[in-house]
Write a protein that binds this ligand. Sequence first.
Ligand SMILES: Cc1ncc(COP(=O)(O)O)c(C=O)c1O
Length: 488
Amino acid sequence: MIDALPPQGVPADQVLAELRGMRAADLPTHGGRLFAYVYDPARAGLDELAMSAYALSAHVNGLDPTAFPSLLATENALVAAAARVLGAGPGTDAPDVVGSVTSGGTESLILAVKTARDAHPEITAPRLVAPSTAHAAFAKAAHYLGVALDLVPVDPETFTPDPAAVAAAITADTVLVACSAPSYAQGVVDPVEQIAAIAAERGVRCHVDACFGGWALPFLRRVGVAVPAFDFGLPGVTSMSVDLHKYAYTPKGVSVLLHRDAGLRRPQYFAFADWPGYTMVNPVISSTRSGGPIAAAFATLRHVGDEGYLELARQTRDAVAGLAKAVSEVDGLRLLAPADFTVVCLTSDDPGLDLFVLADELAARGWHTQPQLPYQGIPASIHLTVTASVLPQVPQFGPALAESAAAARAHGPVELPAELLAMAAHLPPDQLTAEMVAGLADTFGLTGGEPGAAPRMAVVNAVLAAAPPRLRERLLVEFVSLLQRPSW
Ligand SMILES: Cc1ncc(COP(=O)(O)O)c(C=O)c1O
């Protein structure tokens, strides 16, 4: 075990060598073969620039915007850029837009819900309406903030909600209606125009979660992709979020939350003067905030520029088309949703071709995809978040997919022992113990394996797929808790 606090400090070179050694076991963040977690533009020099900018401002503290004007200036510049990309700012129908930089999509969504909730102190049991495809961060926001979540089911073919069903879900206690542009799982854009109009008619705020692909959509539109209206050009849209650490390709830790005007934003702030220290005034959840991620994002946007993002959108568009074609050429596989924007989501219609086994076979060949569990009539799928770096990999993907599918067929589908299947389907979540999960993790080789050796996950995914959502949650909480132990 590596000791983070050795008796004597370790030389800098050695510490970095140790870190490099540990990083070697991680999935590859560059190279266009990891289809989740990372966003890679594959632009020479961009990482180095972002890291230099990060280092310049790492110790700057956003706690007080008057103490470090560089942070305020760069944050305001990022907000203006995001607003412009999303149809707001001078010369638009949303000229008074304002915003804040947050640490990520989840924080932006928590703050959007908090702002909507606190705008209505008279509503004692506030509610949030969202399609069932909305990102899990809305559920987290609702949970943290004591807001009830009303999920509207989506059509199993289009993965979008019927606007009439959204309208029917709005009550006098609804403080916010949310929708996605695009959703994460299938990468589809909700009918934002209709939903925003309904929300406006009912006098309810409407948040468009453009965290995931919201930066890419406007550039994709400019390179010829048909993108429906989804931004501040729609009068009912009151707030939007867009993660710069996704398709703006900045280092992690940067999202922008925008409101149509300062009045709408006001309840976002938390201020407290009732103690003997400094008066706290925070626009976001953190109080002390490093300037590092903001400086890195500022440098990234300024260096890539509008033209650069157009080119990255072209590359992403072509990569998506190439991957989608490869999927359509493998017998038994099909696209679950149209690959219109930045996601390729595939499924299998062939019982002999188990998607979870396929994902393992792809991983064994160096292609790291994200299996998605079946949910409310939506079948299991494999998700690919596609970024610009994927384009040069496309010619190799088709053969790898065909070979992996053949190997998955030869392997055959996962067959769980009957007692495990029964446990997954029927065990009440509160009866699952840490010991049971430790036993399962051991059986499946998930703990204590060789670092870097990807465990076969198909059996685990099959168990999770057989379990209802509450048990899935419990299983994974116990598993993660098993991993999060101090390394003595
Ligand atoms: C649509 C959408 N919203 C919100 C989030 C949450 O973002 P983060 O992981 O940065 O908190 C994501 C993340 O993938 C997303 O896809």
